[in-house]
Design a protein around this ligand. Structure first.
Ligand code: SF4
Ligand code: SF4
Length: 414
């Protein structure tokens, strides 16, 4: 017997092409508004006055530091991965300039044909929405060409994900992106064959944060872990988009009850080893969201195989939204909460932590390079000089050579 009144039921297609639909019951006390609470005029204001930049440019200093934390075997794995990924990024980068192979049939609506094709290729979630230019990163503003976004989600392998944080789960994470990159290029080719342009937005060369568009396309809602909680996979879904000039009927945002459910669950907030997650949402750039403390998170992520404990301990990731929400309606409880099965994890030099224990780190642990590489190099030089109260020749020469390599290696254009 249910203990909670059902407010509405969301019906979604099954996880894979031929799977049955799922019915997600949303209890009355967690029903809210579809998508993400947003103040559109604020989103526009921040986008205009304080446009965002891609993470790998904005945080180039900790990106380099990250590589210094890898084991030898993982460094080798990442190098091999980048070798395989580079041609995909290159093709994606030029994809928007390719011309369609035929003249389009403008009388035909391709929306469902495209959705079926994407599902046949293996994508677990497919949705259509407007590409919201307000989110475009500064360095990609001139690159983005087409108005419609095809949001595509692909499953990261279940078993490996439950071993988070581990090199095994990192292999699954990067492996999924490689697979997804190839599938997206195939889908883009298909769009060209129907007479329309297509532009593949590569995951490691993103044009924008994609979650707002996925939410608008009804593919999930934003969780307290800062990730998209999708119906079947929670945040164990890797995201990519293709933009196109093919006319498409847009999907609508959906209320899965996640905005309020996270307030009751809080498992990721409680289990995050670095206390980087907030327990209440805030308004941020026009959107109401749980804000991740980037610096605290990065210090753990960088040292512990990408961490992502907040993904591992999320019941929606582990059990799927249908089971979690139906369990909530029936019992008023969060499925798996408080159990070691859901909440435990191990960190390589710290050991095992059950649902009631957590690792401790001293404050120096969180002192990692911050911001852009050249700013970080200057900040270190300045601190050194102020400490010594003079500028020595070797300080200047180290500063100059570090600065040169940082500028000419990566982000001189920004
Ligand atoms: S990745 Fe790890 S450190 Fe970062 S927010 Fe998630 S649980 Fe916390
Ligand atoms: S663990 Fe709970 S609070 Fe965190 S994202 Fe998942 S459902 Fe939301």
């Amino acid at each position: 017997m249910s203990t909670k009144k059902i407010h509405h039921v969301v019906t979604r297609p099954g996880k894979n092409e031929n799977d049955k639909d799922v019915q997600i019951k949303v209890a009355e006390d967690i029903a809210g508004s579809p998508g993400i609470p947003t103040i559109e005029s604020d989103v526009s204001f921040y986008s205009r006055e304080y446009p965002q930049e891609a993470h790998f440019i904005e945080n180039s200093a900790d990106r380099d530091w990250l590589w210094s934390q890898y084991t030898d075997t993982f460094t080798e794995f990442r190098k091999q991965y980048e070798k395989q990924e580079q041609p995909l990024i290159k093709r994606a980068n030029h994809s928007g300039n390719r011309q369609p192979l035929i003249k389009p049939n403008t009388n035909k609506d391709y929306t469902e044909i495209l959705r079926t094709k994407a599902r046949k290729l293996g994508f677990n979630e497919v949705g259509f929405t407007k590409y919201d230019k307000r989110y475009t990163f500064i360095s990609r503003k001139k690159w983005v060409k087409y108005p419609n976004a095809i949001c595509l989600g692909l499953e990261q392998e279940y078993e490996a994900t439950q071993t988070l944080p581990s090199e095994k789960s990192e292999h699954a994470h990067f492996g999924t992106y490689l697979k997804e990159g190839k599938l997206a290029l195939e889908l883009a080719e298909y769009i060209l064959s129907l007479g329309y342009h297509s532009q593949v937005h590569s995951h490691s060369d993103s044009s924008a944060p994609y979650i707002p568009m996925f939410v608008n396309a009804g593919l999930g809602q934003l969780g307290a872990n800062g990730q998209l909680l999708s119906p079947h996979l929670g945040s164990r879904m890797r995201l990519m988009i293709i933009t196109t000039d093919m006319p498409l009927k847009y999907d609508s945002p959906i209320d899965y009850g996640i905005n309020k459910f996270c307030g009751k669950c809080q498992v990721c907030v409680k289990r995050c080893p670095s206390n980087a997650l907030s327990n209440k949402p805030i308004w941020w750039r026009g959107v109401q969201k749980y804000k991740v403390n980037y610096g605290r998170c990065r210090a753990v992520m960088g040292r512990y195989d990408g961490c992502a404990i907040c993904m591992k301990v999320c019941p929606v990731q582990k059990f799927g939204m249908e089971k979690v929400m139906n369990h909530y309606v029936e019992t008023g409880k969060i499925l798996g909460k408080g159990t070691n099965d859901l909440e435990s994890y191990s960190l390589k030099d710290k050991g095992y932590f059950d649902a009631k224990s957590k690792p401790k780190f001293d404050k120096h642990f969180f002192e990692i390079p911050r911001g852009k590489n050249y700013n970080w190099i200057f900040a270190n030089f300045r601190e050194n000089v102020l400490n010594k109260k003079k500028v020595e020749k070797e300080d200047l020469s180290t500063f100059t050579s570090d600065l040169e390599s940082s500028l000419f290696e990566s982000d001189i254009s920004t």
